[in-house]
Design a protein around this ligand. Structure first.
Ligand code: GLN
Length: 438
């Protein structure tokens, strides 16, 4: 009865939950738990409850991207990562809440309502993978999967006091991840401790020919602590609450025998702008597929195709998604391409170069994950203020590097997260360091 009892308890908690972490609960979860208890489920994750962000395709289970336009969309295939966790015997508890199409930092743009932070229900759980972070913190799952385009795994990990990793671009197949911005998106693991997270990364990483950007490398965790050279990034800061906690963590790291220095990344002052131009440009092109014919939300036939298409999209998309489609189309339009998109790509190269320069002197780089404590729901009223909260997380996606967020303490009863960045495919170093510090 071991798995059965655990899953039953979690399902009950979800039903009574105030946090709104789930959009859909898996009706088969208890049946799977029973199978495990009868010895019929085997693998590295056998009998372990896992939550899957609702922009990752699950065969036969609706996948909404927290959008009205996909409210009733049921995929006919599993994402690569879902195939893998099933093969390893995990029990999918349900699909977690997110910002609409993963566009946001708080889950406030979800069609299904905001996720509340288990440490303070009047505050956000972070985003866009807020449901995946909150579900772990609230004991409504053991493991979860998120996706990270500009911080969407690390932000909720930080705000919910859990660990979350954005892997090296290409380590985890994106097959079946409903795209936001393909050149930045990565699926990654979230857990309550480093060892659990590493195990999930082992399962989801590796070769998949259905994603042309997949590196084909499996990840194997072989923890090895050395006296890492740690660089603190001067351009990545936070408010006083966050910095106090971060500076204490730096002292602990020095105490572990690591050499700590400061490193400056001049290109980072343009990274946020470059990120939003690239992300919105790719999003505007990706979201053209939602036309009311092939997927999801549909209307009775109208006399003109253009009117039909416009009406479906006007009714189906929320305002943040519309803003991004418009800004993205603008930035990519013939007359402005050179002024915005091309410039953004150049900044992207500078960001990559700055990181490579830093990795000559340092093994790992650190910063606060988020510049502030979890916001109150509704606190960030205008989009630009919201975008600015991603300042510490987006350069990592521009460069395609791996980065972890791990809890380093509490301020005013709220968790603070530290970001640990490694060079390409250096997940083993990141996780070894984090395991030692944890
Ligand atoms: N907050 C960022 C954005 O809105 C990152 C989102 C994400 O990583 N999916 O684009």
């Amino acid at each position: 009865e071991k798995a059965y009892d655990l899953v039953a308890e979690m399902l009950e908690r979800i039903e009574k939950s105030k946090f709104n972490a789930y959009i859909t609960v898996n009706g088969d979860a208890l049946k799977l738990a029973e199978e495990y208890d009868k010895g019929k489920l085997e693998g590295k994750l056998a009998g372990i409850p896992i939550a899957v962000k609702d922009n990752i395709s699950t065969k036969g289970m609706r996948t909404t991207c927290a959008s009205k336009i996909l409210e009733d969309y049921v995929p006919v295939f599993d994402a690569h990562v879902v195939e893998r966790i099933k093969q390893e015997g995990a029990i999918i508890i349900g699909k977690t809440n997110l910002d609409e199409f993963a566009m946001g930092t708080t889950t406030e743009t979800s069609y299904f309502g905001v996720v509340r932070n288990p440490h303070d229900e009047n505050r956000v759980a972070g985003g866009s993978s807020g449901g995946s972070g909150a579900a772990i913190a609230a004991g409504e799952t053991v493991l979860s999967l998120g996706s990270d385009t500009g911080g969407s795994i690390r932000c909720p990990a930080s705000f919910c006091g859990v660990v979350g990793l954005k892997p090296t671009y290409g380590l985890v197949s994106r097959y079946g991840l409903i795209p936001y911005a393909n050149s930045l998106d990565q699926i990654g693991p979230m857990a309550s401790c480093v060892e659990d997270l590493a195990l999930l990364l082992e399962v989801i990483s590796g070769k998949d020919e259905r994603d042309s950007t997949n590196a084909g490398k499996p990840f194997v965790f072989t923890p090895k602590f050395r006296k890492f050279r740690i660089g603190v990034i001067s351009e990545m800061g936070g408010n006083d609450d966050v910095m106090k906690c971060f500076e204490e963590a730096v002292e602990v790291i020095k105490g572990m025998g690591c050499e700590v220095g400061e490193v400056s990344m001049p290109s980072f002052k343009y990274a946020l702008a470059a990120y939003y131009i690239i992300a919105m440009g790719e999003a505007s092109s990706n979201l053209a597929r939602y036309d009311g014919v092939r997927y999801g939300y549909a209307l009775p036939q109208l006399d003109s195709w253009t009117r039909y298409f416009s009406k479906v999209r006007a009714e189906g998309f929320g305002s943040e998604v519309k803003r991004r489609i418009m800004l993205g189309s603008y930035a990519l339009s013939a007359g402005y391409y050179g002024k915005y998109y091309l410039k953004a790509l150049k900044v992207r190269t500078l960001v990559k170069n700055d990181f490579q320069r830093a990795f000559k002197d340092y093994d790992l780089l650190i910063s606060p994950t988020m510049p502030s404590l979890p916001f109150r729901i509704g606190e960030l009223a205008d989009p630009l203020t919201m975008y600015k909260m991603d300042v510490n997380t987006v350069p990592i996606n521009l460069a395609g590097l791996p980065a972890l967020s791990m809890p380093i303490g509490f301020v005013k009863g709220l968790p603070v997260g530290m970001q640990v960045i490694g060079n390409y495919f250096e997940e083993n170093a990141i996780l070894s360091f984090a395991l030692e510090l944890e």
